[in-house]
Design a protein around this ligand. Structure first.
Ligand code: ZN
Length: 396
């Protein structure tokens, strides 16, 4: 988008929001333009972005539903709503199928990767996608910042060849859907930002409208014009939300993880997050390696073996396998997923036992199999082995 088009489009967004009853303000903390409903009587001078309100998520104090909705119920309602307004539901990409610059799929708009990067024919049908994604940059904050996870479902509407008017119409449909779910527009702040992006085919400006609900960023609506080497730039209306975040906003539980974890589990957010993302990677066929998607699998396996070995890891990996299988066709069955995860997690344990007790080297085998070999074939000291296994468990 040229600077002039960007300004024009930005004015169109302002006019559209004004007509829908939003007034604009400038945030005194971050300087962004933000919009709140004219009927909203609060006199806030900052935008409500988590960085501008200390990440306290005040939406949790808004009035709550009588009964909770499951994440899948919300997903189904959303898909049916968007189908009714012309968006065709399409299956998600495999998590390791990113044709662009990322190793893993990080957003639903990547269904267009082959069109953007390999100049395949443009598809102008409007699509709805529930795309499982992995964003490694969120992993370090999972324990410290409530509301974050390294994997989530990006629910999005994508329309290639859209004009700004059509983009705004889709924004309006999202507002309708969110209101139907009990998230009132009065409790939203919309933050307008322009950014320079580059998806690998050259720099472009994007016009983005972020939806913050009582301090929780639920998603954003971007209007972009992707540069192409041998043809005109492609306009895309790319509107994506975090499904699990919408579910948290709808249900207003104390923690984001309340509806993600099994009821009986009391393990840490970091452990749950690692099991969730690891399950997703393995069921998509990712194999452990030292680069690319396999490196991320290896990182999570290492974290789990070093900090959480002995916890209910395999039961949780199975639980999250079932979670992801609701959204994406597994490439690997549950039993095989568990075995691959276990071999990689226990590889680190076996190496430690081997080094500490100066034992024969492990093969690619579970710790049980390794210990069997050591005891029955190599005459290793059983009590020494048991004690060392216990120290592997006691680090947490
Ligand atoms: Zn701000």
């Amino acid at each position: 988008m040229s600077a002039e088009t960007l300004i024009e489009n930005s004015l169109v967004v302002h006019a559209f929001l004004a007509e829908k009853g939003w007034r604009s303000q400038i945030c005194t903390k971050c300087g962004s333009t933000f919009f709140i409903k004219t009927s909203n009587s609060t006199n806030s001078t900052f935008c409500g972005w988590h960085k501008c309100n200390n990440g306290t998520y005040p939406f949790r104090t808004l009035s709550k539903r009588k009964s909770l909705l499951t994440i899948q119920q919300i997903n189904t309602r959303m898909r049916e709503y968007f189908r009714s307004v012309g968006f065709i539901p399409i299956p998600p990409l495999n998590i390791a199928n990113a044709a662009g610059q990322t190793d893993l799929v990080i957003a639903g708009v990547q269904v267009f990767d082959n069109i953007i990067h390999n100049e395949e024919p443009i598809r102008e049908d409007p699509f709805f996608i529930s795309q499982p994604c992995v964003r490694m940059q969120f992993q370090p904050q999972v324990e410290s910042q409530e509301g974050t996870s390294s994997s989530f479902v990006n629910v999005c509407t994508e329309k290639m060849g859209a004009g700004i008017t059509q983009h705004l119409q889709t924004i309006d449909q999202w507002c309708t859907f969110l209101s139907q779910m009990g998230l009132h527009m009065n409790d939203f702040v919309l933050v307008l930002r322009t950014r320079t992006n580059d998806w690998g085919t050259g720099a472009f400006q994007s016009l983005e409208l972020f939806f913050s609900y009582g301090g929780l960023e639920l998603g954003d609506a971007a209007f972009v014009l992707i540069p192409q080497a041998n043809r005109d730039p492609i306009p895309i209306s790319d509107i994506g939300f975090g499904l699990e975040r919408i579910a948290w906003a709808v249900n207003k539980t104390a923690s984001y993880f309340d509806l993600l974890t099994p009821w009986t589990s009391t393990e840490s957010r970091e452990l749950h997050d690692a099991c969730r993302t690891l399950s997703l990677l393995v069921l998509c066929g990712v194999q452990a390696s030292n680069k690319g998607p396999g490196l991320q699998f290896r990182r999570f396996a290492k974290l789990l073996s070093e900090k959480y070995y002995g916890a209910e890891l395999y039961a949780l990996i199975q639980y999250y396998y079932n979670y992801w299988a609701q959204f994406i066709e597994p490439h690997v069955d549950c039993e095989q997923t568990l075995l691959r995860a276990r071999l990689e997690i226990e590889r680190f344990i076996n190496r430690r036992l081997c080094a500490e007790l100066k034992l024969p080297r492990p093969d690619e085998e579970t710790t049980e199999d390794y210990l069997n070999r050591l005891v029955y074939l190599h005459g290793a000291n059983l009590h020494e082995l048991r004690n060392t296994v216990q120290t592997c468990k006691r680090q947490r």
